[in-house]
Ligand binder design. Structure first.
Ligand code: ATP
Length: 466
């Protein structure tokens, strides 16, 4: 039975150390979560898979890691100062505040009163002071999207790499939004991470690239473990588009809370590069940018045929890391009833996403030779630097397996008395609970193939009685 309620996933996350409420020790800070020992591994695996697919495995992409703090003018010219707002209403009865489009039936969610104020705009950007002087001018915003860091570095990337259209810049990093009502665990938080691509194309070729990116991104989410049945597209209607967008397709995932956006793929046209070019012009800064052979000092790139400067259009696939982690957890969560009547909770994560790839378990905790062999097996696997492997001796062997079922660990390697005489171990498969006995020398290759998704369905021969 897959996850039908968010609560089941939340409690597993806390129990096993995927996620903890932020600042819990001091009563918490709403809209923040901390990734625990398993959570950080899962999140890193997701981010690495994204980077691999979008940077290493393509010929048309560069990476970037821009500063979170940027000159406040970036946000003025990008339009965020004026328009990055949600509509907010106050409940006059209990003084709570709500995002207007989250108020169901015109009633306050907390007290049920219908006595609400008219909606008014609330800017979602956090402001912070920069430097020791606290005057009105010395502030910066925490970036509400990573995208602007890419736009303002566009020229530097083009000049330093010699890139020509079409090409993209990929970036993973933190973003901050002062959400009016953070909710649904890590789905809507005030501090989160984004994986964003700005893909620059010739104007006129934008719609074709937009369609292509929607297909690519959908396929990628399936490749990391989301079922196609739980993903669908939402073509955002014109009156709901962000201020910079000509067309947006949201990828929606079927979370236990309903169909919600996991990634937005927007056609941002030349809005941002145009806006920053204008900003440079108005500020008299064009002269500071060294003109090259083909370009004016604006944020342009030579047209591939005419070599005349052109402001490219941009397709932006923008995915939320935290919403991705949540989707992987919801997708993988399963409760099954075993023949013994016991309920087993298991996280059926793809091995490549699993925080721990293998646990090495001694059949007997107080048999020194077995323990020593376990540690040697673990050390050798660890030395490859390719996978997180742990030695697991808490509780009896059944408990160890259950613990790792919940952690999503795909393989448990068990050292028993037979190991001491013939150097073989058993590997237990999380999903089928079947096992295979192998020489220790073959374990690494077996795991490697398992993590790469290359093991046959019947790779594990013997049933394990649990
Ligand atoms: P929503 O309509 O849900 O507020 P959005 O349309 O404002 O989201 P975008 O601006 O398109 O979101 O941001 C791109 C991605 O960043 C989203 O698809 C989502 O995965 C992630 N994201 C945005 N806001 C949050 C948040 N408050 N918490 C977690 N992830 C977020």
């Amino acid at each position: 039975m897959p996850a039908t309620s968010l609560d089941a996933v939340v409690s597993l996350c806390k129990r096993r150390g995927f996620l903890f409420p932020g600042s819990d020790l001091y009563g918490g800070l709403q809209g923040t979560y901390d990734y625990g020992p398993l959570g950080v591994e899962l999140k890193n695996n997701l981010k690495r898979a994204w980077w691999r697919a979008n940077v290493y495995e393509r010929d048309d992409m560069e990476g970037l890691d821009a500063a979170i703090l940027m000159n406040k003018l970036v946000w003025r010219y990008s339009g965020h100062e004026e328009t990055f707002v949600d509509l907010m209403v106050d409940c006059r009865a209990c003084k709570s505040r709500w995002r207007a489009d989250h108020v169901a039936g015109g009633k306050c969610e907390r007290c049920g009163s219908a006595d609400l104020t008219e909606p008014r705009p609330f800017n979602l950007m956090f402001r912070t002071q920069v430097g020791p002087v606290a005057d009105e001018e010395s502030f910066a915003y925490l970036r509400p999207e990573t995208a602007q860091g890419i736009f303002i570095n566009f020229k530097s990337v083009v000049d330093s790499t010699g890139r020509r259209l079409p090409f993209g810049i990929a970036q993973i990093g933190k973003a901050f939004r002062n959400e009016i009502t953070p909710r649904n665990f890590i789905f809507r938080v005030r501090e989160f991470e984004q994986m964003e691509i700005e893909y620059f194309v010739l104007p006129g070729e934008d719609e074709r690239w937009h369609t292509r990116w929607v297909e690519d991104r959908l396929a990628w989410w399936v490749s990391v473990g989301l079922s196609p049945d739980n993903l669908r597209l939402y073509h955002v209607p014109a009156d709901e588009l962000a201020h910079y967008s000509k067309a947006t397709v949201d990828l929606m995932y079927k979370y236990p809370i309903g169909w919600e956006e996991i990634e937005g793929i927007a056609n941002r046209t030349d809005f941002d590069l145009g806006a920053h070019s204008r900003g440079q012009g108005e500020l008299g800064l064009h002269a500071r940018v060294a003109p090259n052979e083909h370009s004016t000092a604006k944020l342009t790139i030579p047209h591939p045929d005419t070599q005349k400067p052109v402001v490219p259009f941009v397709i932006e696939p923008s995915a939320g890391v935290d919403r991705g982690v949540l989707a992987l957890l919801c997708e993988a969560y399963d409760e099954e009833t075993l023949p013994s009547g016991e309920t087993r909770t298991v996280l059926r994560l793809k091995p490549a996403m699993a925080p721990i790839k293998a646990a090495v378990v001694p059949l007997k905790r107080n048999a020194p030779e077995i323990v020593e062999t376990c540690k040697a097996v673990k050390r050798d696997l660890q030395r490859t630097g390719e996978m997180r492997v742990v030695y697991e001796d808490t509780g009896n062997i059944g408990k160890a397996y259950r613990r790792h079922d919940e952690a999503g660990t795909p393989y448990c390697i068990t050292v028993d008395f037979q190991t001491l005489s013939d150097d073989t171990v058993t590997i237990r498969d999380r999903d089928s609970m079947r096992q295979i006995r192998l020489p220790i020398s073959e374990v690494y290759d077996y795991l490697r193939r398992g993590i790469a998704g290359q093991l046959a369905e019947d790779a594990f021969e013997e049933p394990w009685t649990e």
